[in-house]
Design a protein around this ligand. Structure first.
Ligand code: ADP
Ligand code: MG
Length: 281
């Protein structure tokens, strides 16, 4: 099928069963497609299969049944998995697993070892750390950095070999709200400027709202999919469901006098809110 080629990631009836006695269906017939350059969030309660899905897409684990196609290529038929991983996928995990005895720069160099000369590695690591706003922290050890800074080092490391795909498992999980928002701003910027495809597992709605599409998992299945609008559309959508938004749209009472708006202003507001609702959920 040539059709598969247009997707960066495609899964077909992906199933992962753990255990041989009492079996756990961590993934249950998952069919999904993610296009090149998309920024996608995967949400869902703990144990719903998010990490399993990410690990199988990144070829860190194998499905019990079903297939994963990356760039149209069937992962189960791939001979050089290590090469695939280092060229195609960058991983960013919640526990950023930086090597504690290496500096930020050296950590970023790790995925490039054996693939570039020491000089090239160093230059690339410096460029990446600059890009994530850590130009002045290159020679710090992980324990000399804040959680947010360590996570940015992990993002830089994930980007080291310029992979088309970054898989991030709860990258903001250990960060406070501000640092989490900052990391998402960085991911959005990289997504825009490098055209990297990101799949970000999170259970934070504020993080998911920063993406373009949210896949919601439950019991190993994708049970829902939401498309995220622009920040303005999202704000309007929220506003639409406030008491005032509802009253405006449903025209339950005459708000003209209460709001001190003209008829025309009121109608405009109503139209905008109605449109926000059609575009969204
Ligand atoms: P999430 O990331 O959404 O919290 P996981 O993908 O980690 O969920 O887990 C999905 C289900 O599979 C859970 O019930 C979990 O306990 C089970 N599971 C995950 N990894 C293993 C494993 N290595 N062995 C046995 N069960 C596992
Ligand atoms: Mg998980």
């Amino acid at each position: 099928m040539t059709e598969a080629k247009s997707w960066l990631i495609e899964t077909r009836d992906l199933t992962r069963i753990y255990g041989d006695g009492e079996q756990i269906r961590a993934l249950d017939n998952v069919n999904l497609r993610i296009g090149r350059g998309e920024l996608v969030a995967v949400m869902g309660p703990s144990g719903s299969g998010k990490s399993t899905l990410l690990n199988i897409i990144g070829a860190l684990d194998r499905p019990t049944q079903g297939t994963v196609l990356i760039n149209g290529q069937d992962m189960s038929k791939l001979r050089k998995l290590d090469q695939f991983r280092s060229e195609t996928v960058g991983f960013v995990f919640q526990l950023h697993n930086l090597l504690p005895t290496l500096t930020a720069r050296e950590n970023v160099e790790v995925p490039m070892i054996g693939r570039r000369t020491p000089g090239e590695r160093r230059r690339r690591a410096e460029e990446l750390l600059g890009m994530v706003g850590l130009a002045d922290r290159m020679n710090h050890l992980p324990n000399q950095l804040s959680g947010g800074q360590r996570q940015r080092v992990a993002v830089a490391r994930g980007l080291a070999n310029n992979p088309p795909l970054i898989l991030a498992d709860e990258p903001t999980g250990n960060l406070d709200t501000a640092a989490g928002q900052e990391l998402m701003a960085l991911i959005r910027e990289l997504h825009r400027s490098q055209e990297t495809t990101f799949v970000v597992v999170t259970h934070d709605h504020a993080v998911a709202r920063q993406t373009e599409r949210v896949l919601v998992m439950q019991d190993g299945k994708i049970v829902r999919e939401d498309r995220i609008g622009s920040p303005l559309e999202e704000d309007l959508k929220l506003w639409r469901h406030t008491g005032l938004g509802r009253r405006l749209v449903e025209k339950k009472e005459d708000l003209k006098a209460q709001l001190d708006l003209s008829r025309a202003e009121l109608d405009t507001l109503k139209r905008v809110l109605e449109r926000a609702d059609v575009a969204g959920d």
